[in-house]
Ligand binder design. Sequence first.
Ligand code: GLC
Length: 732
Amino acid sequence: MKRIPAAPLWLSAVTLLSLTAATRPGPVRGAEPTPLYQDATQPVEARVDDLIGRLTLEEKISLLHADSKFTTAAIPRLGIPRRWLSDGPHGVREDVGPDTWSNAGHTDDFSTAMPAGICLAATWNPELGFSEGSAIGQEARLRGKDIMLGPGVNILRTPLCGRNFEYLGEDPLLSGTMAAGYVRGAQAQDIASCVKHFALNDQEYERDSINVEVDERTLREIYLPAFQTVVQSGGVWTVMGAYNQFRGQHCCHNDYLLNTILKGEWGFQGLVMSDWAGVHDTKEAVLNGLDLEMGTERKYDTFYLAKPYRDGLQTGEFGLAGLDEKVRRNLRVMIATHVLDAQRKPGSLNTAAHQAVARHVVEEGIVLLKNAGHILPLDLAKLQSIAVIGENATRLHAHGGDSSGIKAFYEITPLEGIVKRAGSKVNVVYSEGYRKGGDATLAERAVAAAKSAEVVIYFGGLNHDKGFDCEGADRKDLQLPYGQDELLEKIVAANPRTIVVLEGTMVEMGAWLEPVPALLQAWYPGMEGGSALAGVLFGDVNPSGKLPATFPKKLSDSPAHTFGPEAYPGVKGPNASNGTVTYAEGLLVGYRWFDTKNVAPLFPFGFGLSYTTFAYSQLKLVPTETGVTAEFTIKNTGSVAGAEVAQLYVHPEKPGVLRPEKELKGFKKVWLQPGEQKTVTLSLTPQAFAFYSPEQKSWVAQSGAYQILLGGSSRDLPLQAEYQLARTQLLK
Ligand code: GLC
């Protein structure tokens, strides 16, 4: 059901009437037959051409900018409805006011709250990405949305970035592959996805103005590939420009990023929209590849692509061809997603299938980081009492984080999940343990509860308060807040059988880590989080998640924090109007840094334990027409079924240029019964061996020897074989 929010005062009655009439696309009333542009049997480009020929200049301009916070204007006489955009990557956001960020107070805008993006990445399962995208696409259709503003694929360059929870980690191959699956799933439901924020929006600090300086190789090899994968193999229909500047030009109208690379080199055929109020210049907006200006809290006709653009067209400053190109891209997305014809999928909301997807993503995204003495899974048949401690055992997270927050139909907390799964035979005691602002008695009571129970399950970590995992600000440090380190030391001293579950993104871990026998990373687990956590803790689910980002021992071990304030959070020159951040670490982001500089992480990229064990054997390199296939065997050598993420890394033996120690170039998740083994293949093309040469403006697969490494973590690669790339190739 589409909703027209209470109209802002400046909307004329006439507009209101036309808006109302225009929300039902379909054949234009009158004598003429269904026009070609509404005929779903016709080719998209023919329909675009037909429609573009019918639009007036005013109507064309109206398609290029918002007419409320999350909509663009209808064109009733042609049956073009209002377009509705909605956040975000974790589900369909609640309706917000037409021109404010406050919610609209509706009671029918609940949605399925999926786990945070970083949890989806931790599954390393692109099929799950597809399922999640598909569920969100169905809910978007039911809620009357046309463009869903996600996924976000900005690279985790600094652990401090407030939006790391929303994105897909530190590696471009993992991020791009997971996001492409999500986009294919969503867009199969006749809505458009929007990959964001293009590009280099890797911190929230001064996000609206900061200028990012990065060398060309790093740009091409680290910060663009995830976007390129989503465009070229995900087929994403829209791209959102980032707030920040890149090499001195705002990303929402950056000629090099949008015209040269995105539309020129990659052949992107959809539309580029701005982030909200991310546009700063009419001429750049007109000439540098922007197709839709979004924003709020301003009269929409003053938007750069509204009156200023119209004036420039009338004076001849801007050409009509450029206008038609922008309109063409908007119409192409509408027509490709069946906005204008009756073929559009109806959608559904909060179905059992959607709930199951939410649960499967977190079940497969939880990462088991420690399990000394196999204390996990807990055997409920032998347990009498459990102390559940920590504010995050009862805290709701789905609605937080700012634009990615979801008004969930429900949210099962960890405590609820445990109580429900443990049943009446086990005495479950809860103690809050810590709270914002602190309270000594909480800690005392928690320690007492720990002492009196057989086992402790502690839920801590971060939350979506500003300054932790939240849009609009970065974290100040990697510390566990609210005195949790001290509390945990007391708890594990009181009861050595303490299992720690951390929610949120990575933190430095105190002295408690050594004596704690078990540690799980649960990220933000979404509306089914409590059920999934109970399933893992009590053994219904065998954890299979792997870290999508390196967990450093301390912040100063991280590459972005090794080169001073210029490298993060950026510095402002004496006369500069904005700061500049320089990515001094270059290619060496995440594990690329830790492995090349030989810095021991707390937990490495790609790491995650299971309740079973896996053995790798028999690696063979089989030459193919397009490159080489690694063929190997994985066996489940334990006593329970489980899934392993086999990871393939490439290490250049004698590179002619600086190359990271190794880079992820393939992965596959494999399910195995106890004792079962499978032969797995991962195929590589010359691209897997290539680096980008700015001098040659091309990728170069340099001939020579490469180690192909295989295993279950970036630091556990038992299979290795040498591959000779016979000849150097320049790749497109
Ligand atoms: C925000 C975010 C973007 C979001 C948009 C609309 O500022 O940067 O991710 O989709 O505005 O809420």
